[in-house]
Design a protein around this ligand. Structure first.
Ligand code: DP6
Length: 338
């Protein structure tokens, strides 16, 4: 982690102590962006070029228990009950992040992470993972940070993690400050209990070019990237209008259009980034055909071939008939009493 990230941590913690309790257990939900984050203005702090807006996935996310590990040279880590070798990419990324919070050079963490995000469902677990890690260090050391401060800390691990501190619809403000203290996410007041998100798994294979490298290549080589900030500003305004009016067709149109615009940038990147597989395109065509026949079904996609469906509870049977393998999430389940 960079010196700039360390300075942000020092600023957020503002001299708070580092008395670790025995252990702390926390949870953070995964999220899917409806208006995407693609491109950074600062790579060390994961500061985005634009704002973005996501929906948190309620019960799908990361449970993390963090404590002090007595002994050994490395942090000790388990993922879904299995020991993680220190040289695995997950352990290295998590340890590098935990370095930001290590109270002494010989302090070792014990980390047990359990993802309820089905690993093969094509939902990213890095957002919920880093958000849970930020919450876990806060709880372990008893700092009592605000959600906004936790969002800033989670962002240092992965940009989209800034949006995984809250439930519901969450907006990440791009901010303008060089140190990113104004680049955090917060929940919008709207709830939409009927909203459903479906995961269509086209391929569970690891992608060739991840988001981090992919967005850097786009910013560096895509000549249309300069159009993206204005497009995102429009999409954010339209999506917030749709949420206010509870206009599902407008929500779906903004989300699908924004995802396709991001994939157009990716395709115009050199070398080209094309994440869609033939099955991805076939799913898109089925969605468009079903919509043409009257079904209120839209989709979004991230930096991979899997498709996330957006629809409302009343259409779930029709969506399942069209895509029998779909895994359905109700983002507002558990908030029925709101
Ligand atoms: C396509 O948050 O994974 O999912 O900040 O480099 O860790 P880093 O990137 P990451 O990028 C997510 C990109 C996306 C769109 C989104 O979630 O907004």
């Amino acid at each position: 982690m960079s010196g700039a990230a360390r300075q942000v941590v020092a600023r957020v913690l503002a001299g708070r102590g580092a008395q670790a309790r025995e252990s702390a257990t926390v949870y953070a939900p995964a999220n899917i962006a409806l208006v995407k984050y693609w491109g950074k203005r600062d790579e060390a702090l994961n500061l985005p070029v634009t704002g973005s807006l996501s929906i948190s996935l309620g019960p799908l996310g990361s449970h993390v228990t963090l404590g002090r590990w007595a002994g050994a040279a490395d942090d000790a880590m388990w993922l879904n009950g299995e020991v993680l070798p220190a040289e695995s990419s997950f352990a290295r990324r998590a340890s590098a992040y935990l370095d930001l919070f290590r109270p002494a050079a010989d302090f070792r963490f014990e980390l047990r992470a359990r993802n309820t995000v089905p690993t093969a469902a094509g939902f990213a677990s890095s957002a919920s993972g880093f958000a849970a890690l930020a919450k876990a260090v806060d709880a372990l050391f008893g700092w009592g940070l605000t959600e906004r401060e936790l969002s800033i800390l989670a962002r240092l691990g992965s940009g989209s993690a800034a949006r995984s501190l809250a439930d519901g619809f969450v907006e990440w403000h791009a901010g303008v400050a060089a140190d990113g203290m104004d680049s955090f996410a917060e929940r919008l007041a709207v709830t939409w209990p009927e909203l459903r998100v479906g995961a269509l798994v086209v391929s569970a294979a690891e992608k060739a070019v991840g988001s981090r490298a992919g967005m850097r290549q786009t910013v560096e080589t895509c000549e249309f990237y300069r159009e993206w900030p204005a497009r995102v500003a429009r999409d954010l305004a339209d999506l917030k209008g749709a949420l206010e009016k509870k206009d599902f067709a407008a929500l779906g149109a903004v989300a699908e259009g924004n995802a396709l615009a991001m994939h157009a940038l990716m395709a115009a990147t050199r070398p080209p980034l094309v994440y869609a597989l033939p099955e991805t395109v076939a799913a898109m065509r089925s969605i468009w055909a079903a919509r043409g026949a009257g079904l209120a079904l839209w989709f979004t996609m991230d930096a991979g071939p899997n498709v996330k469906l957006l629809f409302e509870a009343k259409d779930e049977a029709d969506v399942r008939a069209l895509f029998p393998g779909v895994q359905v999430v109700a983002p507002f389940a558990g908030e029925d009493k709101l």
